[in-house]
Design a protein around this ligand. Structure first.
Ligand code: UD1
Length: 420
């Protein structure tokens, strides 16, 4: 069982290049199924979820390799539209295969993606969107059979701007006959990246980044080379890592315009942040202030994927902060562990009340999910003494060797293999 041992209290400083975005890379890798061909995708981080996605593509018949930050995929020999149940169960993002396989073969068989620690993660909007394009869906014995040889463009309203549903519908609609309009679409930057990738293949999509996305179906697409956008959540995590230790950091390969909700929240706490089009600089001016205005919501709101890390930061703020989670229904699992480290946090339904404390103290804690794990690493970096974070495979799902990234900034964090 791998764990992190962190000696806290060292102010981080230095410069870090931020990795490519996991949440952009996953749907883009799935979308390579749409057009059989040879792809080169740059700035793909080494993460467990990416490894699983490449395993799924291989199980369908693709050849894949991931060297340095570049993935080579050849999807010409894909001859299966069945995603094995064990692979579906290993990560939620396996659902991204649905749209591309329907688009290429007119059919796909898969199971519901694995359950998730952060709350109920339904796929009704994915299914509703595909049905609107003419896909027939039957669920039997835990399998979902989708058939749709003649996809037809349609007008689809999402009653919630789901990121995954928007992406799956876009990927299926690319090959549909006629025009598809998605209303109340999610507006995340990763959706713009998917649009840009698909358009380089030859798709005709516009509107990503707004609430209405229009997809004019095409019959031919061609494989291509592409570079993934920077990861705004990793950038935010590194920013808060430096701030929580009273340090300073310069982040490169970032897009600050994708991070304005976080930048604004940190500024509300009295921290100064300098940013230009692809660089962010900040240094901590302890103590920072509390804030009562953070509410997670779909982009451009405050990202739910930064909520846990922000809570660690607010644990050391002056005064009482309030943080509301509206996107997922079980995303406060880090609270007990933070309190164990000395934080003073109370939860009432979807609202956390965080009374700032002067310091945190090292202890043994367990990561319960990806961002909760990141929040514990942040708290450990700030705490007095040693913090052991267990179950760090959750963290490796989204951060490309977070220990090495933090070590570059001067942190004392060691990956250790402990007996279970
Ligand atoms: C994506 C991100 C994830 C992020 C989330 C919200 C990827 C790979 N993952 O996840 O990191 O936390 O966006 O920003 O991009 N919902 C339904 N029905 C559906 C689909 C979703 O009710 O068919 C609900 C979910 O239960 C959840 C909310 O919508 O409460 C948001 O989910 P969604 O936007 O779909 O998130 P993901 O695409 O799963």
């Amino acid at each position: 069982m791998e764990t992190f041992a962190i000696e806290g209290g060292i102010p981080l400083s230095g410069e870090l290049r931020v990795q490519g975005a996991k949440n952009a890379a996953l749907p883009i890798l799935a979308a390579t199924v749409l057009a059989g061909g040879s792809y080169i995708i740059h700035d793909v981080p080494h993460l467990l979820d990416i490894k699983v996605m490449l395993e799924i593509l291989s199980s369908l018949g693709a050849t894949t390799s991931h060297n340095e930050k570049t993935v080579h995929i050849d999807t010409r020999n894909i001859d299966s539209s069945y995603v094995p149940r064990d692979l579906m169960g290993r990560m939620r993002s396996s659902i991204f295969l649905m749209g591309p396989l329907i688009g290429r073969f007119g059919e796909v068989t898969l199971s519901r993606p694995g359950g998730c620690a952060i709350g109920e993660r339904r796929i009704d909007l994915h299914l509703k969107g595909l049905q609107a394009l003419g896909v027939e869906i039957i669920e039997e014995d835990g399998l979902i059979f989708c058939r749709g040889n003649h996809l037809k463009g349609s007008q689809i309203f999402l009653d919630y701007p789901s990121v995954g549903a928007t992406e799956n519908i876009m990927m299926a609609a690319v090959k549909a006959e006629g025009t598809t309009i998605i209303q109340n679409a999610a507006r995340e930057p990763e959706i713009i990246d998917l649009q840009n990738f698909l358009n380089v293949l030859g798709a005709k999509i516009h509107g990503a980044g707004t609430e209405t996305i229009t997809i004019d179906g095409v019959s031919n697409l061609e494989a291509t080379e592409y570079t993934i956008i920077p990861d705004r959540i990793v950038a935010g995590t590194m920013l808060l890592s430096a701030l929580i230790t009273g340090g300073s950091v310069t982040l490169t390969n970032v897009n600050p315009s994708h991070m304005m909700a976080l930048i604004d929240a940190v500024q509300q706490c009295g921290v100064e942040i300098e940013f230009d089009h692809d660089i962010i600089k900040t240094s901590s001016n302890k103590p920072w202030q509390c804030t009562n205005r953070i509410l997670t919501s779909p982009y451009p709101g405050f990202p739910t994927d930064m909520q846990a890390q922000m809570m660690s930061f607010l644990s050391l703020a002056e005064g009482c902060s309030m943080l509301q989670e509206t996107v997922f229904d079980a995303r406060f699992k880090h609270v007990n562990a933070l309190n164990r480290l000395g934080a003073d946090i109370l939860v009432d339904y979807n609202t956390a009340f965080i009374r700032g404390v002067p310091r945190l103290y090292g202890d043994v804690v367990e990561a319960t999910d990806l961002r909760a794990g990141a929040a514990l690493v942040l708290a450990g970096l700030a705490a007095e003494g040693q913090t052991i974070v267990k179950e760090i495979y959750h963290i490796d799902r989204g951060y490309d060797k977070i220990d090495e990234q933090l070590t570059c900034l001067g942190a004392n964090i060691k990956r250790m293999d402990l007996p279970e």
